[in-house]
Structures are given as structure tokens and as C-alpha cells.
Design a protein around this ligand. Structure first.
Ligand SMILES: N[C@@H](CCC(=O)N[C@@H](CS)C(=O)NCC(=O)O)C(=O)O
Length: 215
């Protein structure tokens, strides 16, 4: 049996964050697909796992099936258990927390909604879409500025802050973005790609079974 089960789905950058952490840290884990587009995350069974009705959820089988939600909490838990991508001083811890909160609220918060409108609902050009796009651009500019003259977000090495912030950033075409416009983000993403065991979301996360697989 795997040490960890991650309830997740491919289209979810929030799922990619813990999936990438588990992979980079060399953990023994298995994905469990959530049929998000059919509303599986809103069922009573799923809410028993996570009252917030959100994906991802991590089950830690090495700790009596400890059940965790919120990708930032999951990243902290895994960093503590593996000793990898951890902040090492109080100052680093504050920086990591600051950037994970910024990611959840401003970066992932706006990219994920604009991407959903743009790519999955075809509503990127509506007033709501353009509003979310403006907020996304503002957050990307903030991150691009922060990354000028530094290699990693919160320390002199990669931490869980980098893993959180990059959750949606390997799909720039889904939200009409070109890293040429944010060169420091582009260079940092290339650095992340060179980490041992790095893999793209498509290589880590499950998606809907094909008709042939269901038959
Ligand atoms: N802050 C949460 C966000 C999780 C989240 O919003 N996940 C999406 C899928 S990527 C979701 O489940 N949304 C359901 C909803 O908002 O009702 C985290 O980092 O885990």
C-alpha cells in the first residue's frame, strides 16, 4: 500500500502542488481521481473527507489515515515529514507563509478562475473574465518583480513556496499568457523544471477515463 493517497484531478493546479511535492520528495503515493466536472466534490461522501468541498485532499496512511485539505497545509505537512523544501529559519518560515498566502489569494486565486472561464466555459471575453484577467496580470507582475535578481521565492533554495506558486504556471496558454512578458517567472519555471524528479501535471495527475477504458 502507498504511504499517501491524493484525491485529485488533472485539470487542478491545486492538485498539482501536492502531487509535485510528493514526487520531488520521492514519496510513495497514489492518486485517487475526483470526477470534479460531474460534481463529485460536492457529494456527501466527498464532504466527509473535506467539509470545504475542495480538491485536493491528502490521506497520510503512515499516520492513521490523517486527512488533510488546503494545498498549503498539505505542503507544510509533507515538508515536515520529509525534511525537504522546508523553511529553515523563522525568517524563511515567514517568507514561505507570506508567499503561500499570496499564491492562494492572489495568484492561484485569480488565475484559476480566469482559466476556468476562459478555457472551460468559453467566457474569457466577458466583463467578468476580463476583470479576473486584470487581477491575474497584477499578481503575475508582482511575482515577476519579486523574482528579478533571485533564483527562488523565499530562500536561497527551492521551498514549498515555489511548489505552491507554480501550481498553475505550466499551462500559460490556458489563460492567454506568454512568459516572454514575465521573463523572471519564465526563468524561474525553467529552474523548477530542472529539479530532480520534476514532472509536468499531465504525468502526475489522473483525468477522466476514456470511453474505451470505461467499456
Ligand atoms: N485554497 C485551496 C483551493 C482548492 C480549490 O479551490 N480547489 C478547486 C479545484 S482546483 C475546488 O475544489 N473548487 C471547488 C469549489 O470552489 O467549489 C487549496 O489550496 O487547496
Amino acid at each position: 500500500m502507498a504511504d499517501y493517497t491524493l484525491h485529485c484531478f488533472l485539470e487542478s493546479g491545486n492538485s498539482y502542488k501536492p502531487a509535485l511535492m510528493l514526487t520531488l520528495a520521492g514519496c510513495n503515493w497514489q492518486p485517487s481521481w475526483v470526477d470534479y466536472f460531474q460534481g463529485a466534490h460536492r457529494t456527501p461522501e466527498y464532504r466527509a473527507l473535506n467539509e470545504m468541498g475542495e480538491v485536493p485532499v491528502l490521506i497520510d496512511h503512515t499516520e492513521n489515515d490523517l486527512t488533510l485539505s488546503q494545498s498549503g497545509v498539505i505542503l507544510y505537512h509533507l515538508a515536515g515529514k520529509t525534511g525537504k523544501f522546508m523553511p529553515e529559519t523563522p525568517q524563511e518560515e515567514r517568507e514561505v507563509l507570506r508567499w503561500i498566502l499570496f499564491d492562494n489569494h492572489k495568484l492561484t486565486g485569480y488565475i484559476s478562475v480566469f482559466r476556468f472561464l476562459n478555457r472551460f466555459l468559453g467566457k474569457g471575453d466577458t466583463a467578468e473574465g476580463q476583470f479576473m484577467k486584470g487581477r491575474m496580470i497584477s499578481a503575475l507582475k508582482t511575482l515577476n518583480h519579486h523574482m528579478s535578481g533571485r533564483d527562488w521565492v523565499a530562500a536561497d533554495r527551492p521551498t514549498i513556496a515555489d511548489i505552491s506558486l507554480c501550481g498553475y504556471l505550466f499551462w500559460p496558454d490556458h489563460y492567454d499568457t506568454d512568459w516572454a512578458d514575465y521573463p523572471y517567472i519564465g526563468a524561474w519555471l525553467e529552474r523548477i523544471r530542472t529539479l530532480d524528479n520534476w514532472a509536468a501535471p499531465e504525468a502526475l495527475l489522473p483525468t477522466a477515463p476514456t470511453a474505451a477504458q470505461v467499456a
